[in-house]
Write a protein that binds this ligand. Structure first.
Ligand code: 5GP
Ligand code: MG
Length: 178
């Protein structure tokens, strides 16, 4: 698997440091609250696991699915969102945890859907942000890394469902996509 990597974009050490910083900010902003943390599967599962273990308030953990990519690296139409067993968020302080904010189409659709529940507040935490690609009017309240317009894998993010278990964020060799 490591042979398929062209270069490491974000090391394990950098990930740990920035995830801690995001957790510090969330701990400050949500002090005295009991947020519902909603992880967007599958890409955010590693980030989510590291982040929530640094949060010091009581919280509940929920999962939702969203996907726009069928198997490749180009978004494929409208996001497909699954609420799974997500309970009503009415009156709750909600924090969405996402792997990467790219065009923003996914999070925009997700936010609209969850806002129908009338939560008390709704914030977004993303591991990475590619602002140069934004199409939808959406921003993250917490973002660990701004990344260039490159397709990245690892730390939860996949290419064709693989590479999610890499402990760093990297870029694949071009021949892997061919
Ligand atoms: P958006 O709707 O913001 O364009 O894209 C959202 C989703 O596309 C992200 O949650 C992520 O799952 C996927 N995505 C966007 N950029 C990348 C990337 O560079 N690598 C991987 N593996 N997935 C990406
Ligand atoms: Mg995602």
């Amino acid at each position: 698997m490591l042979n398929d990597i062209e270069r490491v974009l974000i090391s394990e050490e950098e990930l740990a440091r920035k995830v801690s910083e995001a957790a510090d900010a969330i701990n400050r902003d949500f002090a005295g609250k009991e947020p519902v943390i909603v992880s967007v599967l599958r890409g955010s599962f590693v980030f989510m696991a590291d982040l929530v273990r640094k949060l010091n308030m009581k919280c509940t953990i929920e999962f939702i699915t969203a996907s726009v990519y069928k198997n490749g690296t180009a978004p494929d139409g409208k996001p497909d969102i699954g609420r799974m067993m997500l309970p009503s968020l009415k009156g709750k302080d909600v924090l969405i945890v996402e792997d990467i904010l790219d065009t923003g189409v996914t999070l925009h659709a997700l936010k609209e859907l969850l806002m129908q529940d009338e939560p008390a507040s709704l914030k977004i935490c993303t591991l990475m942000d590619k602002p140069s690609r934004r199409k939808a009017d959406i921003y993250a309240d917490y973002s660990c890394f701004e990344v260039p317009d490159e397709f990245v894998v690892g730390y939860g993010l996949d290419y064709a469902q693989k590479y999610r278990n890499l402990p760093f964020v990297g870029v694949l060799k071009p021949e892997i996509y061919e």
